[in-house]
Design a protein around this ligand. Structure first.
Ligand SMILES: *Cc1c(COP(=O)(O)O)cnc(C)c1O
Length: 388
């Protein structure tokens, strides 16, 4: 007798889950309500958070919340359709103009999310026969975009310019177009890409450079992001990013030339076949960007706070608001996170496959409104509980 298909489907899911559990990699969604800039509530208990990407605490900023509500009242709860049909409410053009001005590019295209942006941008620019070369620690959605483009994929060792140059010398000539992709700030390690040198290499080999500035916007160089190195703006033709981190809202973007932006509007499938962002979300992003552009003091705090923490524990100086404490096995990271949780502090334990095998870690993120006292408390617990 053949099995009923729902039964085999459920068996399939159960077996997969069992194998995930055996490796200590089960993930759970836990109800979590953020109660103010840096605190949240989980299972009836309040925690101090060092795991939100809301680096400037703008998600709950009263002006941002008010702008979001105003936009919902004026333009409705949803966009109603793709931007190419009737979903292109006028806040979107305002946001694109504001982002292009802030990043000093000709144009900008806003997508539904950062993930959608990368899935849309990369296959628009390269396809079968072309070449994509990615830093090995690039965010999952850059690699997913490269994969679905159908271009040949090569990986260079993390921030290793020599390895990248070698790959370019060997392979560039065999492909009509070549795209180099990397995070500007690496999401799980907090270090930065050497953007000036990458831009020079790309130019030398006739390749296009694309950076993902998800964690740089709002947090580096008075908020302008990771494209500026030692005060000088690197020549990066494709600057992608997200509004879901320091901007405290949601949505992805690509800052680029007018020609590239027009091509994206014509060809990027995740823009064309997905509904435009809700007006409330775009209204929030616009206000957040205004705050980022005008309040340099606030944009400097997350990195200053990360650096204070590193000094307290004699760690290498932070390059961004993200500080990893690498602990090896998944159980180590879970145990350390649980010890902090007991003391009322929430941090994220990051395990494979999000990070390479053997590098499970605590990923700490510092924000503008953490106080020196908050950071000292965290460092004290890590020291006394001997978590590192
Ligand atoms: C969070 C993140 C994304 C995805 O952005 P969303 O807007 O949340 O989809 C892309 N790239 C990097 C490096 C990220 O950290």
């Amino acid at each position: 007798m053949t099995q009923k298909s729902p039964e085999t489907l459920n068996q399939f899911a159960a077996q997969k889950l069992e194998s995930i559990a055996q490796r200590g990699l089960t993930r759970h969604l836990i109800d979590t309500d953020r109660t103010d800039a840096i605190h949240l509530r989980r299972n009836g208990r309040d925690y101090l958070s060092f795991c939100c990407n809301d680096y400037l605490n703008l998600a709950r900023h009263p002006d941002v919340q008010a702008a979001s509500a105003t936009a919902a009242h004026a333009y409705g709860a949803g966009a109603g359709s793709s931007r190419l049909v009737t979903g292109n409410h006028s806040l979107l053009a305002q946001l694109e103009r504001a982002l292009a001005d802030f990043k000093q590019t000709e144009d900008c295209v806003v997508f539904g999310s950062g993930y959608l942006a990368n899935l849309g941008i990369i296959p628009t620019l390269v396809g079968p026969g072309d070449l994509v070369i990615a830093d090995e620690l690039s965010h999952a959605c850059l690699l997913a975009g490269a994969r679905i483009s159908g271009a040949k994929e090569l990986i260079f060792k993390h921030n290793d310019l020599e390895h990248l140059a070698e790959l370019l010398s060997k392979h560039r000539g065999d492909h009509p177009n070549c795209l180099i992709v990397t995070d500007g700030v690496f999401s799980m390690d907090g270090d930065r890409a050497p953007v000036t040198a990458l831009a020079a290499l790309a130019e030398q080999h006739g390749a296009w450079l694309m950076t993902d500035d998800a964690h740089g916007l709002g947090t580096l160089n008075d908020g302008k992001g990771s494209a500026i190195e030692n005060g000088v703006r690197a020549n990066i033709p494709l600057q992608m990013g997200t509004l879901s981190k320091a901007a405290g809202s949601y949505g992805g973007y690509l800052c680029c030339s007018k020609q590239v932006a027009d091509l994206i509007r014509n060809r990027a499938r995740t823009l064309i076949y997905s509904t435009g962002l809700p007006p409330a979300t775009v209204g929030a992003s616009l206000k957040a960007l205004e705050i980022i552009a005008s309040d340099a003091e606030r944009t400097r705090k997350p990195l200053e706070n990360a650096r204070l923490f590193c000094r307290l524990l004699n760690l290498p100086e932070a390059q961004s608001p993200i500080v990893p404490l690498i602990l090896g096995a998944p159980e180590n990271a879970l145990r350390a996170a649980a010890a902090l949780e007991k003391k009322g502090i929430l941090v994220s334990a990051i395990r494979p496959p999000t990070v390479p095998e053997g590098t499970a870690r605590l990923r700490l993120t510092f924000t503008a409104e953490h106080t020196a006292h908050d950071i000292e408390t965290l460092a004290d617990i890590i020291r006394t509980e001997q978590l590192i």
